[in-house]
Structures are given as structure tokens and as C-alpha cells.
Ligand binder design. Structure first.
Ligand code: SF4
Ligand code: SF4
Length: 556
């Protein structure tokens, strides 16, 4: 029997799992419109390959992965591309993003696709197939799967079936109904990383899922481990700690300690891609809360929330919005036209009775309950203090980026402080400043490169001119060479010296001219060049000022 370990903190919010886990899952109907954001994963946005009026087949690539940390987007059904334009997307920023909208033709006709003989292909090629098949982590983080599996060596492969967030039951239903296919997907992951051991962690509040997966894993060498129900056991680092006793270092990832971690739903998606040739075009979504028939639906990506709620019998009276995801980490929205994306595991229809508005926040009383609950072993009250006072440097010192935004601290806070919002604000500010700094650095490098090129061009021109003059000087004596006398040789030597002196002088002139276009002397630049330099200097000054503020002690 495996020894289980404990992570720091954790909470026990009401589970609300049974509401949606009693019915078998069903397939959501084809909607009238599918809206597919190009950014459905962590990393670079996919690049659109289609335009309005294009006809597409089911499974066809709509947008290709850009770079290593990216994933492709595919057509969930056959139809026509209506537009490639900005559209509202389910993102905390509330900003619109580029989306491909498809009008289904109802035929649901597949593009050519076929299973892969994965054991016969190099692992690099199989990883590339995962990237081009749009496979990302379906546990919520949407990290491209091929990147997670690239690191080596892997001692332990961990499959995450914990599903600790209240109300969400997608992984539970998937494990109960499709355990064999999940295990087939796990075998592909094992082939890729060749781990010494493979563990599936499932919270012990899902006995049917545990039994189904245990049966599917018989004689495979995969170990199914029932772990105690405690939020947030499904956090990657927390599950790794429970199963292996190993701590993922601050700022690190499980692969830093020889562990590869993947969600059970991701393993299922890998199976569909490799054994059936089907890219990621759908996923299981829990539709629950203040809705007539809570249940789990197999949903085409791009389907609007409104269609799912309608299929689940419609919202009950008193509904006042939606949570995308669970109540601890989810996104509260009012727009029912937002679409299902790869990371959407749950839609909760809200009502004030189910989710009463939080009482007004009171001052922090330094009770440290948040620190006791924090699974990342942070000091949430200090992070709150630094974020509130915009002391972002200190927040980073206190490992802000180890915060998994699980909400356990806010859940126990007697002052009802929306702590996670402060952490998200601080993180976004730090990212924005880094982006600004990178942009300023890139502009500076571009400008200096340009000056360098101007200098080089001038130098080359001067050298060419001098060479030309030298050739001309030798050409003139050559015309009278027939009457060469005994003192001709010294004369030619003098000519060469003179020519060399001319070259040296020309190079020196070029150097002096180049000095005139150095950044500090802008007199010879055009007004536009001078404006560019002034802008760069201003940005530098701004960044220096920011850095200065970040190193100041927190304000009392
Ligand atoms: S739980 Fe709330 S009141 Fe208590 S220390 Fe943390 S932030 Fe302050
Ligand atoms: S949200 Fe962050 S600080 Fe709060 S308990 Fe979770 S990991 Fe800790």
C-alpha cells in the first residue's frame, strides 16, 4: 500500500458534486454558431489559416500553432467561416480577442483523418502530432501537452483525476464512462516519457470512478490511488506531494523533480487523436447550479453557454449570471454568448440563494487563517498587503508567482477580503511592466543596430572610393609604361604609399562622420530619428522610476 503525504493547508468547501453526477453524460446538439478564440491555451496565439467564406470540414486546421509553446485550433464541425474578427471571450480581462466564427452546415462531414501507428514513429514526431492536434491540458491550465512531455528523464507519470473543485464532475463522469479509453491514452503518454512508475490520483469521494479505472488498469502496471478529499488536492504540485512526497521547488514545475503530470481528460484526448486521428474539437462540460437538469455534456468547442444551458432544461427563475469553472477559481460572467473553449470544464448557473454576494470587505485583522489554509505555504496576508500598496517587488520576494489562485485563503478570511483579486492584479501589473521593459529594450536594440548599419555603410563607401582612386592613380603611369626608366620602381613605390595614405584618410573621415551619428549627438539625425531616440530615453527613465519605486520599503 502506497504511503500518502500531506500538503500544507487545504479547506473543505461544500462539494455539490451529486447534483450533476447522477445522470449519464450526453452529447450537446450542434449549435447555430461556433466561436473559436485563437488563444485557448497558455503560450502563443494560434495563427489563423482561414478567412471569411472559406468552407471547412470537421477536424480541419483553422489556426496553426505558432512556435513551441502553442497549440493548433480545428474546426469542430463542417460549415463555412463567417468571420475572423474580435469577439467577446471568456477571459478575466473582459477584453475581446480574435476568434473564428463558423456556421455549421449540418452535415458534420469529417476531413481525412486516420489513426497513428505511434510506436512506429520517432517520439519527436509524435510530440509534434500532439501540438498540431491541438492537445492541451484539460484540467484548467491548458498548458500545451507536448511541452510537458518533452522534458526527460521522467521518474513518475502522475495522472490527475482528483477533480477537487466543488460542483465540477466532468472527470468523474469521464472516468466512470470511458476508463478504457483513458488508459489507452495513458499508454501513449507512457510510451513518450517511459516512466518508472505511473500513478492515477482520484479523490475518495468518487468511488465509482475509482472502481472503473482500477478495472481498466488491470495488468497494466498503472497504480490507481484513492486520495483524501481536500481542496485543492487537484493542484498539480499538491497532488505530486500527496502521491510521491516530493516538493516542487518554488518557481519550478513537476518536471524539475522528474515528474510528468497530466489530467485524465487530457489522456482521453490523446487517445482520440492518436488512436482515431481526431484532433481536440470537443470536451466534457458540467452544466449545473440553478438549472433545471444539471448534467455533463460532450460539447463542441465554440458552443455558446446559452446553448448548453438551454439543453440542460434552461435556467431556473432567479438566475443572475454564470460561473465558468468552479466557485473557488472560476470566472463570474453575465454574457451567455461566451463560448466553450478548451479550458471550460464547468458552467454554473448562479442565483443569489446559491451564491450570495460576499459581505463588504473589512480590514485585515492579522489572524493568519489564510496562511494556515494556503496549500502553497505562502503568507497570503503579506501578499495582500504588498499588492494593495503596489509594492510588487516585495510581492515577488514573497513568492507571489507560486500562488495557484486556489481561493482557499479568501474562503477562510473572516474579513471577506477578495484576496485572489489582489494577487491577480499584482501579477498582471508585473507582467505588463515586464512587457513594457522588453518593448523598450527591443526598440533600443533596433535603433542601435540601425546606427551601426549606417556607420558600416559609410565606412564601406569610403573604402570603395579610396580603392577607386588608387586604381585610377596606377592606371595613368601604366599608359606610359613603354618608356619606363631605371627610377620607375621607386616612383611606383611612392604612388602606392600615397594611395595607402589616401585609404587611411578616407577611413578616418568615415570614422569621424560615424561619430557624428552616435545616439548622444542627435544633430545630424532627421526629426523622426530624434523623436525615436527621445521616446526611448523617456521609456528608460520611466522604467528606472518604476524600478526605484519597487525597491522602496512598503508604505505604512
Ligand atoms: S485571513 Fe483575512 S483577516 Fe486573517 S490574516 Fe488573512 S487576510 Fe487578514
Ligand atoms: S490563492 Fe494563493 S495565496 Fe491564497 S491560498 Fe491559494 S495559493 Fe495560497
Amino acid at each position: 500500500m502506497r504511503t500518502l503525504h500531506r500538503f500544507h493547508g487545504g479547506v473543505h468547501p461544500p462539494e455539490h458534486k451529486h447534483e450533476s453526477s447522477e445522470l449519464p453524460s450526453s452529447r450537446a446538439p450542434l449549435p447555430q454558431r461556433l466561436v473559436l478564440p485563437l488563444q485557448q491555451h497558455i503560450g502563443a496565439k494560434a495563427k489563423a489559416l482561414v478567412q471569411a467564406d472559406d468552407k471547412v470540414l470537421k477536424g480541419e486546421v483553422l489556426a496553426r500553432a505558432e512556435g513551441t509553446l502553442s497549440a493548433a485550433i480545428h474546426a469542430p464541425t463542417s460549415g463555412s467561416v463567417l468571420s475572423v474578427e474580435l469577439h467577446a471571450v471568456p477571459h478575466p480581462s473582459g477584453l475581446p480577442d480574435l476568434c473564428i466564427t463558423i456556421a455549421p452546415d449540418g452535415a458534420d462531414r469529417w476531413a481525412d483523418h486516420a489513426p497513428l501507428d505511434y510506436r512506429a514513429m520517432p517520439k519527436e514526431e509524435l510530440l509534434m502530432r500532439l501540438r498540431n492536434g491541438g492537445i492541451v491540458g484539460l484540467g484548467g491550465a491548458t498548458f500545451p501537452t507536448h511541452v510537458k512531455l518533452t522534458s526527460s528523464p521522467v521518474q513518475t507519470l502522475v495522472l490527475n483525476g482528483a477533480e477537487c473543485e466543488p460542483w465540477i464532475t466532468t472527470d468523474d463522469l469521464l472516468m466512470r464512462e470511458r476508463a478504457t479509453e483513458i488508459v489507452q491514452g495513458i499508454e501513449i503518454l507512457r510510451y513518450l516519457v517511459n516512466p518508472a512508475e505511473t500513478l492515477i490520483g482520484i479523490e475518495d469521494n468518487k468511488p465509482q470512478a475509482i472502481a472503473a479505472v482500477q478495472q481498466a488498469c488491470a495488468n497494466t502496471g498503472i497504480e490507481v490511488v484513492a486520495v483524501p478529499t481536500l481542496y485543492p488536492t487537484g493542484g498539480e504540485k499538491q497532488l505530486v506531494k500527496i502521491l510521491t512526497g516530493k516538493e516542487v521547488p518554488s518557481g519550478g514545475r513537476p518536471f524539475n523533480i522528474g515528474v510528468a503530470c497530466s489530467n485524465v481528460a487530457t489522456a482521453y484526448a490523446v487517445h482520440r487523436l492518436v488512436n482515431h486521428g481526431e484532433p481536440m474539437i470537443s470536451r466534457m462540460v458540467t452544466v449545473t447550479g440553478n438549472v433545471k437538469t444539471p448534467q455533463n455534456l460532450e460539447v463542441l468547442l465554440g458552443t455558446p453557454i446559452a446553448e448548453l444551458v438551454r439543453f440542460a432544461g434552461g435556467a431556473l427563475p432567479g438566475s443572475d449570471g454564470y460561473i465558468i469553472g468552479g466557485p473557488m477559481m472560476g470566472l463570474h460572467v453575465n454574457d451567455d454568448q461566451l463560448s466553450t473553449v478548451k479550458g471550460t470544464n464547468c458552467i454554473i448557473v448562479k442565483s443569489p440563494q446559491m451564491f450570495p454576494p460576499p459581505p463588504p470587505a473589512l480590514p485585515c485583522i492579522r489572524c493568519t487563517r489564510c496562511a494556515q489554509a494556503c496549500p502553497a505555504d505562502l503568507q497570503p496576508q503579506e501578499l495582500y498587503w504588498f499588492a494593495n500598496s503596489k509594492d510588487f517587488g516585495k510581492a515577488q520576494e514573497y513568492n507571489l508567482f507560486d500562488c495557484i489562485e486556489c481561493g482557499a485563503c479568501a474562503y477562510v478570511c473572516p474579513s471577506h477580503i477578495p484576496l485572489v483579486q489582489y494577487y491577480r492584479f499584482a501579477k498582471s501589473e508585473i507582467w505588463a511592466r515586464e512587457k513594457e521593459k522588453n518593448a523598450a529594450d527591443a526598440a533600443r536594440i533596433r535603433h542601435e543596430f540601425r546606427l551601426e548599419r549606417i556607420e558600416r555603410d559609410k565606412r564601406e563607401k569610403a573604402e570603395k572610393l579610396a580603392q577607386k582612386e588608387k586604381t585610377a592613380m596606377f592606371a595613368a603611369p601604366a599608359a606610359t609604361a613603354t618608356s619606363a626608366s631605371a627610377d620607375a620602381a621607386p616612383a611606383q613605390a611612392n604612388s602606392e604609399d600615397a594611395a595607402q595614405a589616401m585609404i587611411t584618410a578616407a577611413i578616418e573621415r568615415a570614422r569621424q562622420q560615424a561619430a557624428l551619428v552616435k545616439p548622444k549627438n542627435t544633430e545630424n539625425l532627421t526629426p523622426q530619428q530624434q523623436a525615436e531616440i527621445a521616446e526611448i530615453e523617456a521609456r528608460r527613465a520611466h522604467i528606472r522610476e518604476i524600478a526605484h519605486h519597487e525597491t522602496e520599503p512598503p508604505k505604512e
